[in-house]
Design a protein around this ligand. Sequence first.
Ligand SMILES: [Zn+2]
Ligand SMILES: [Zn+2]
Length: 137
Amino acid sequence: MSVVSCPRCQIALKKARLGLICRNCEGCWLRFEEFDRAVLASEDSLVGAGLKATLSPDSPEIDLTPAVHCPICTKRCRRFPYLVDSGIIVDACSKHGMWLDDGELSAIRTYCRLNDCMPDEPKKKVGLFARLFGKKA
Ligand SMILES: [Zn+2]
Ligand SMILES: [Zn+2]
């Protein structure tokens, strides 16, 4: 696979066991099945997968206002509120996956646990992302 660059910093993303992570802004790029696994996984296994840095929102001064472009196809990502009322805004390419800025993954994990909306087991193939685009609430 060719080099995939951070949509915010334009530097090469580092491969984690789950997804790709930027060592500068600490955002991460996840394919949809990886995203479901990242939401379901324990914190320990995310740390083990190399995603520790993205869990705490402590990146240096990163401007999060510009639109994100998919690092795979370079199309502009769709920006939308995650599960409508969580207050978390995520950027996603409907074909390739989603970009989560530093801290967003743990915010989503917390939201899902508090609101009892965990994705089905991955084997069922209907993940959170399908629910995101398929249904309103
Ligand atoms: Zn970055
Ligand atoms: Zn794309």
